[in-house]
Design a protein around this ligand. Sequence first.
Ligand SMILES: Cc1ncc(COP(=O)(O)O)c(C=O)c1O
Length: 409
Amino acid sequence: MNENCFDTPATLKNSVHDIRKDFPILNTQVNGKNLVYFDNGASSQKPQAVIDSISNYYSTMHANIHRGVHTLSQRATQAYEDARVAVQTYFNAAHSEEIIITRGTTEAINLVAHSFVKKGDEVLISGMEHHSNIVPWQLAEVNLKVVKVKDNGELDMDDFKSKLSANTKLVAITHVSNTLGTINPVEEIIALAHQLGVKVLLDGAQAVPHIKVDVQKLDCDFYAFSAHKMYGPTGIGALYGKKDLLNAMPPYQGGGDMIKQVTFEKTTYNDLPHKFEAGTPAISEGIAFGAAISYLNGIDWTWAAQHEHELLAYATEEIKKIEGVKIIGEAVHKAGVLSFVIEGVHHYDLGTLLDQMGIAIRTGHHCTEPLMQRFGITGTARASFAIYNTKEEVQIFIDALKRAIKMLK
Ligand SMILES: Cc1ncc(COP(=O)(O)O)c(C=O)c1O
């Protein structure tokens, strides 16, 4: 693989109509209607460059990576490691070995829960966490403390300050809530935690599609994310961790690649990042993750942030005009997520009817059951936006919503 494989294009894309051309699935018809895909929070669609990367990998270079002496293995290894460097550069990590390739956010958090904390340690999470940032800590049998969520969906920072102490081993909080859209004040959280010597893990699953994250600027200790929510393939993601912390942590899983030497008496472990990457990884997905990063490098992020902000603002304004609709999550700082409930209408029925009209939204508890309990609801309907969505699609969604409500009430 040559050094240009994850090049940044000379001009940045800042037109939704140009961007839409990169995503072939957007031309799909669903139930006889043009697809309106508003389930990006669950998983975003893929640009042609990512699809081609997977096909190209299997057509031209597939072999198992690391330690292979033959050409294909070396090519595949180079491409895989190039992708790691592309991720490192994109997130501005200081070292490529600080990027541990995982199956996604879930595995990244499980890694930290397994290797960084021990039974009885105090871990501070929030009431808006995804199950992936709750259950791993319960499995690790830590002493879990939970920061309250305010009625408008913002984190209760007074409660955070009262629960944070020098006894806290780790703060593990979502950067952006998948259900509420809330962008948490992570800079303040990190500063407060670090004043007390407490480490911070951010669940970046929902932040990375919307925010250009710089891990050194944030100064977080760990950052977990999934490729499939940022226009990359499924089954791959990463844990960013500061090198000194990762070096001090024991391996998460045992197997090939993570060792230096094995005897029946004793095993010595490989260096970072391989110490945490046991077994044959998702090679094609890893390389295609690099292609997704390359695609994102070609996007004008100032434009993208403004575009998504406009979509959210327009959808919010229009949905508020519909009688009986209540938005769940009205934080001042929000990413492109609109969760709502409708009086007298079950979210599941709504989702099913909208699907008949070609519109994909998500319904249910969004893997945030404690948050649903906090708001006294069983679930919400959630529209979540991506860079390829348009204002026209929002209008189609709003019109369809009005029709669906009439039919269901
Ligand atoms: C906030 C948040 N954290 C974690 C996850 C888990 O991500 P994955 O299933 O890709 O590991 C999700 C997925 O929806 C999420 O929204």
